[in-house]
Design a protein around this ligand. Structure first.
Ligand code: G3H
Length: 525
């Protein structure tokens, strides 16, 4: 195997501690091996990358207690700390994180098969996200550094933390999306228990010391193990205030149902989606095909925002299919560090089999594979099959494939895709291709009520991270963006006092003495 020197796995990474209550606690109990589906040898064999602790309920509950104690009913050091001081901790963390770029990028490639440029982008985007979050928090704080008065009552309103957050991220963005939850949760003064995703877990190891040295003890606790063993008892304790999860609604529902008092539990969830592309008959076909290629195949379709179903007007479907299928076949498959590679090994060993089942089901129900390479299988991959014509009875129509297979449907009447979207369980985004404003205008007005982002002549995506990322139905709860995440992980809370000489003198003293971290009109620059 021709693996560049710097990307070879020369030693195993044995993660033999975990972060609880500010300590990297050694672990000598059971551990699980972490494999990459990428082979290091000529004859295919998964590559062993290292091991992670298989923690049990006891360790999980210790982590939870550490987070509960650090929050200390809202009286802990972290939730009461001056905004400036929490920002200083976050700045310390990101400075240390940046020194780990190479290690994290290499692990991203091996653990989840993400290409080198995309792995670098994931790391850099996360660093930018942290800096942007810090700036946004300063702005929020500046906006709140004031008193307002209504009906003779003064109010000093800020956003306060919610409490203890259980944070679970997905394998497709094991760094970026997890941090898109964790970072805003922490900066707002919450404490957290974080369990890395099933794949993309060792890449957190290089950051453990940065977490340990940057935040007060118990503020961030990082645990490993099976979700059922560690996350379930944490939820059952009833001590979690926020479930922050990017993944699927099944696990989110299962976990939230474990909480004894569902009314107390706040949810920040990014869930599954089946974003459609709708190609109208007057669409610029070159542009539509470019965007649909990116939308359906980036990271092998393993993105919640991926285009997972493509509707093409019947007048242009033959031309679209011919050109689209050719473009899919031209995509280069290879290992993540290979130059120009667009398709890469799938991290889930059973994914090729699952995708094959979807293809077989579609073929049995009347679809064909339009591209020559479609469905070609190797040990860790199945080449994207363009399936046409797809109908509602097929599994590939109903299920979120989250992998390399592309169902195409034709439509005559625009109400066909609109009705499908209205009936669907998902409601994240849509890509709409066309140019005639008389057609587009009413369509846009409908689509914005079916999903939360209408991408005009562009593929679906989450970024730029300043834009709201959310969804309807089974696709999301709460909104994430640099700005919105700070809101999602906090609640408005305020000090109010009737306007009279007695109260005003006290307020004045509070402000002048700078004794309170909450009652303050200081500007953070
Ligand atoms: O898995 C879903 C991600 O949020 C998609 O994000 O559009 O930046 O790839 P992206």
């Amino acid at each position: 195997m021709n693996i560049p020197e710097q990307y070879q796995i020369k030693s195993l990474l044995h993660q033999n501690n975990y972060l609880v209550d500010g300590e990297l606690r050694p672990w000598s109990g059971e551990s699980s091996e972490v494999y990459s589906t990428i082979s290091s040898t000529q004859n295919y064999a998964p590559t062993l990358l290292g091991t992670i602790p298989t923690l049990g309920e006891k360790e999980a509950l210790e982590a939870m207690d550490a987070a509960v104690n650090a929050y200390n009913k809202g009286q802990g050091l972290w939730p009461t700390m001056k905004v400036n001081d929490r920002i200083a901790c976050m700045e310390k963390f990101v400075t240390q994180m940046k020194t780990k770029r190479d290690e994290v990028v290499k692990l991203l490639m091996w653990e989840i098969g993400k290409s080198l440029p995309d792995s670098e982008k994931e790391f850099d985007r996360t660093v930018d996200y942290i800096y942007d979050t810090i700036e946004e928090y300063k702005q929020l704080d500046r906006d709140n550094a004031k008193f307002e008065k209504n009906d003779g009552v003064y109010a000093h309103i800020r956003r306060g933390p919610l409490g203890v957050v259980l944070c679970l991220g997905p394998y497709n963005y094991p760094l970026n999306e997890t941090f898109a939850l964790l970072i805003p949760a922490l900066i707002m003064g919450n404490t957290a228990i974080f369990k890395p995703a099933k794949f993309g877990v060792l890449l957190i190891s290089p950051l453990l010391e940065a977490f340990q040295s940057s935040f007060p003890k118990g503020v961030v606790n990082i645990i490993y193990g099976r979700g059922r063993t560690v996350a379930t008892p944490i939820m059952q304790s009833g001590k979690v205030d926020v479930l922050a999860l990017i993944g699927n609604s099944k696990s989110a529902n299962a976990l939230q149902n474990e909480h004894p008092k569902s009314n107390r539990l706040r949810l920040v969830l990014g869930l599954e989606a089946k974003n459609p592309a709708i190609v109208l008959k007057d669409a610029d076909l070159d542009l539509a095909i470019d965007e649909c290629i990116a939308g359906t195949t980036s990271f092998n379709g393993q993105r919640c925002t991926a285009l997972k179903i493509v509707y093409v007007h019947e007048a242009i479907v033959d031309e679209f299919n011919k050109r689209f299928a050719k473009r899919v076949d031209a995509l280069k498959f290879g290992n993540p560090w290979e130059s120009g590679v667009k398709l890469t090994p799938l991290p889930e060993p059973d994914k090729p089999q699952y995708i094959q089942e979807l293809i077989d089901d579609a073929l049995a129900k009347g679809a064909s594979i339009l591209n020559e390479k479609g469905g070609q299988t190797t040990e860790n991959y199945i080449f994207p099959a363009v399936l046409y014509p797809v109908n509602k009875d097929m599994r590939v129509f109903q299920e979120e494939q989250f992998g390399p297979v592309i169902p195409v449907l034709s439509f005559k009447d625009i109400n066909e895709p609109l009705d499908d979207m209205a009936e669907s369980n998902y409601g994240q985004q849509v890509s709409l291709f066309g140019s005639d404003i008389k057609t587009l205008a009413p369509l846009i007005d409908t689509l914005v009520n079916l999903v939360c982002r209408v991408n005009l002549n562009s593929s679906c995506q989450r970024g730029p991270d300043v834009y709201p990322f959310t969804g309807r139905k089974d696709s999301a709860v709460a909104t994430l963006s640099v700005h919105d995440a700070l809101r999602s992980f906090s609640i408005r809370t305020f000090v109010a006092s009737k306007d009279n000489a007695y109260n005003n003198a006290i307020l004045k003293n509070l402000l002048e003495s700078k004794a309170s971290n909450f009652v303050s009109t200081d500007y953070i620059l």
